[in-house]
Design a protein around this ligand. Structure first.
Ligand code: GLA
Length: 772
């Protein structure tokens, strides 16, 4: 049992393999936090508890008036409230019947159960056997309003993971006076609040923009609040619902790191507040912006789940814990552990300008290259020839595709490829039959104009009728056309988030109700068509969050496919999300987003660190490039199980703000299969330097006793591509490692591997290691 209640100290000890999370109940009612630390096995006395100290300007609860040293403002709390004597940010704030926001959440009871309960209407990690986890539920009660709050902690026995969420029940039937049977308005209900005794941490966030998603940014905590959030109605390109705190000295491989990842795709907030005593408080949950949830008496509200991960060995171990958890206990369905097909997507090859002949020409070439899945992207429906119309009209554009979707699906299948189709189900174009029939089906505020994003509006998924309509429409296409894969896109931020059906008192529920509706839609469509491989997308990686992984095991990482930009994007994404979830394609040069030109080899090596594919007109490529692609496709088939389901070790980052000494001109990733029989090492130079440092890479995760054969995949076709280079290049540019090299895992990890490679061309090297 990983959860222990110690009656003597009135405390709970939540143990994962290497961490302990301590909760103390003081005076039978105040629920205090006791630390999240390296694992201890008992909590038998109070010696190591935080002492009570008499502090100036620190109010004391009236009932403890004699105890001037007990102030909530100076203690670590488990689920702080607003409006009483803690001046830091509360995890819970609700407007009561008397017009105030004060609450006291006192310990009422608790329960320890095996396994893991689900969360109503929301995606969450799951167990396949109750023996994987234990769950603690602590019930708190506000004696005045009768509000009941349940803190739910699921502790994983074999992973350094604790999942938390919060349930609020309005039990005002038990209250008295003006509170009796009254509703409360929830304004802020965090999924978790964790107090740390120190602020000597640096915080990691994954931030950026469209085409520049999830760059890892570190900063040292300072007094006040530092947080990331989304107000865009999606988890967003700008900030990911993830933060981590780490020791100042922590690196990829050393130091304590604490991760927080919210399983939610809507508005969120995540951050740390440092107080006057240099304590810090992390909170993560639904963003209080544009949120108010009136809870009638007897009703319940459940927050999304936060996945909290502990690592004693740096950021790398934290990432691997997230990867394993998401692959094993978040993703579902037949594709969860299946090797993912290699894709050719027509978007950057044709944009909106295609017909069956063009598509088949691309598919023919793709088949020759060994590619496995053809994705028909935007533009196949309604009268869509550009992005100004037709979203919502999910019937085929017979002007473009005269033989309908059936002809395309059949033609693609005949060529030996699987067939995939793009949808943007949550959107509606003002120029669409659907909008003309249902102008009130989009999010909008009566009496105000409707802001357009990419010329489109967002359907109101807080409405059941809209969700039902979408379920039917999508189900019809998926059951009449032979579709093997769906790309589910979402190409604008939400504005005027209001529903024609909501009363004024309930209007601020719309943003969250949207996600309850969307999750219902995703659940029914993905469960009805379990064999379809679903990939999420939002203008690239604008909704790359763990909630989506519950329905769709992979996500389009970014619209920016420039190999070099991808190093930072994929590096940041990999901090929380596994390679099996990161969809990565090789695209044309000059790159359509950045104008950069890099060779096909570098683009391939970078994209091969995720689920792999191409997104360019293969028919416009040179013979050497096509040869190179054939080699890449064949190689990826041999390594994809390792890449998608192995252990990732980030050996070097081109810029590591957490540990600048570890930065270098190149990024190096080493992915090792779970059985350690195969590893893939990719080294990519972000920029070329004159007279650069010698590359010595100490590999990680190998079997020290085994011998590995090293094969360098840098192809001879590169020679042809570089033929026009103005200077003669050294032989090592083309063959960085002699053929037939083999050595021990021990040496590769402890001495390291030298690459006699001078990256004059800003190139890359990929080495496959096979156990002999
Ligand atoms: C988004 C996606 C792209 C493509 C276009 C189509 O931007 O990220 O991959 O599907 O939409 O309009």
């Amino acid at each position: 049992m990983s959860i222990i209640f110690n009656k003597k100290t009135n405390s709970f000890l939540l143990n994962t393999p290497s961490s302990s999370y301590i909760i103390r109940i003081y005076d039978k009612k105040y629920v205090l936090h006791g630390g999240w630390v390296s694992r201890i096995d008992d909590w038998d006395d109070d010696v190591c508890s935080m002492p009570l100290i008499d502090r100036a300007f620190a109010p004391v609860p009236a009932e403890l008036h004699g105890k001037v040293d007990f102030s909530l403002n100076a203690l670590q709390q488990e689920f702080p409230t607003s409006g009483r004597s803690d001046f830091r940010t509360g995890a819970f704030e609700a407007l009561c019947a008397d017009g105030t926001i004060a609450a006291d959440l006192f310990y009422d009871s608790h329960k320890i159960i095996k396994g893991k309960p689900g969360i109503k209407g929301l995606p969450a990690t799951y167990v396949t056997s109750d023996s994987e986890t234990d769950t603690l539920e602590i019930n708190l009660k506000d004696p005045v309003t009768g509000v009941l709050v349940t803190l739910v902690y699921t502790v994983w026995n074999n992973r350094d993971v604790i999942c938390r969420h919060t349930i609020v029940k309005n039990n005002s039937g038990s209250a008295e006076g003006i509170y009796k049977n009254q509703s409360v308005k929830l304004r802020r209900v965090m999924s978790a609040s964790v107090d740390f005794m120190t602020s000597r941490y640096k915080m990691l966030q994954l931030s950026g923009a469209h085409a520049r998603e999830r760059h890892g940014i570190w900063q040292k905590l300072v007094p006040g609040t530092q947080s990331v959030e989304s107000r865009r109605g999606t988890s967003s390109h700008q900030h990911n619902p993830f933060i981590a705190l780490a020791d100042y000295e922590a690196t990829e491989t050393t130091g304590q790191v604490f991760g927080f990842n919210l399983v939610y795709s809507g508005n969120f907030v995540a951050g740390a507040e440092v107080d006057q005593f240099n304590m810090s408080r992390v909170q993560i949950g639904i963003n209080p912006y544009n949120f108010e949830w009136e809870l009638a008496t007897g009703e319940t509200f459940e927050t999304p789940e936060v996945v909290m991960v502990f690592s004693n060995n740096g950021l790398g171990e934290l990432s691997r814990t997230y990867h394993d958890l998401y692959r094993d206990n978040m993703c579902r369905g037949p594709w969860q552990k299946k090797e993912r097909p290699i894709v050719i997507n027509n978007w950057e090859a044709t944009y909106f300008n295609f017909n069956a002949e063009k598509l088949f020409k691309l598919a023919d070439r793709a088949a020759e290259e060994g590619i496995e899945l053809f994705v028909l992207d935007d533009g196949w429906f309604g009268k869509r020839d550009d992005d100004r119309s037709s979203l919502g009209d999910w019937f085929v554009n017979t002007k473009k595709l005269t033989g309908g979707l059936e002809e395309i699906a059949e033609g693609i299948h005949k060529r030996g490829l699987k067939f995939g189709l793009w949808f943007e189900p949550e959107m509606i174009s003002p120029d669409s039959d659907l909008y003309r029939a249902h102008p009130d089906w989009c999010l909008h505020i009566e009496g105000r104009d409707r802001s357009l994003g990419r010329h489109q509006l967002v359907l109101d998924l807080s409405r059941d009728d809209v969700v039902d309509y979408l379920t039917e429409t999508l189900s019809k296409i998926l059951s009449t056309v032979a579709i093997d894969y769906v790309k589910w896109d979402f190409n604008r931020s939400q504005t005027e988030v209001a529903s024609a059906l909501a009363s004024p008192a309930n209007q601020l529920k719309t943003a969250h109700k949207y996600y309850l509706g969307l999750y219902r839609l995703l659940e029914s469509v993905t469960q009805k068509f379990p064999n379809v491989l679903f990939e999420s997308c939002s203008g690239g990686g604008g909704r790359f969050d763990p909630a989506f992984l519950y329905y769709m095991p992979q996500c389009w990482t970014s619209d920016n496919t420039a190999g070099l930009s991808r190093l930072a994007i994929q590096n940041g994404t990999s901090i929380a999300y596994p390679a099996s979830a990161m969809s990565c394609h090789v695209s044309a040069v000059p790159n359509h987003q950045t104008g950069r030109v890099t060779n096909i080899s570098e683009r391939g090596h970078t994209a091969m660190a995720g689920t792999f594919g191409y997104e360019l007109d293969l028919n416009k490529l040179s013979k050497p490039e096509l040869d190179e692609i054939k080699e890449q496709v064949a190689l990826y088939k041999k390594i994809r199980s390792t890449v998608q389901f192995g252990d990732l070790y980030r050996l070097r980052s081109s810029w590591d703000a957490a540990a600048p000494a570890e930065s270098s001109a190149y990024t190096a990733w080493n992915i090792v299969s779970k059985d350690k029989k195969q590893a893939v090492l990719t080294v990519s130079w972000q920029f070329a330097e004159g007279n650069p440092e010698v590359v010595l890479l100490k590999l990680k995760g190998l079997d020290p006793k085994a011998k590995y054969k090293l094969t360098c995949s840098t192809s001879a076709t590169i020679r042809a591509l570089l033929a026009d280079f103005p200077f003669p290049l050294p032989e090592s540019t083309f063959a960085p490692l002699p053929a037939g090299l083999a050595t021990s895992g021990d040496k590769l990890m402890n001495v390291g591997l030298y690459l006699p490679y001078m990256p004059q061309y800003g190139g890359s090297v990929q080495i496959v290691l096979e156990k002999c």
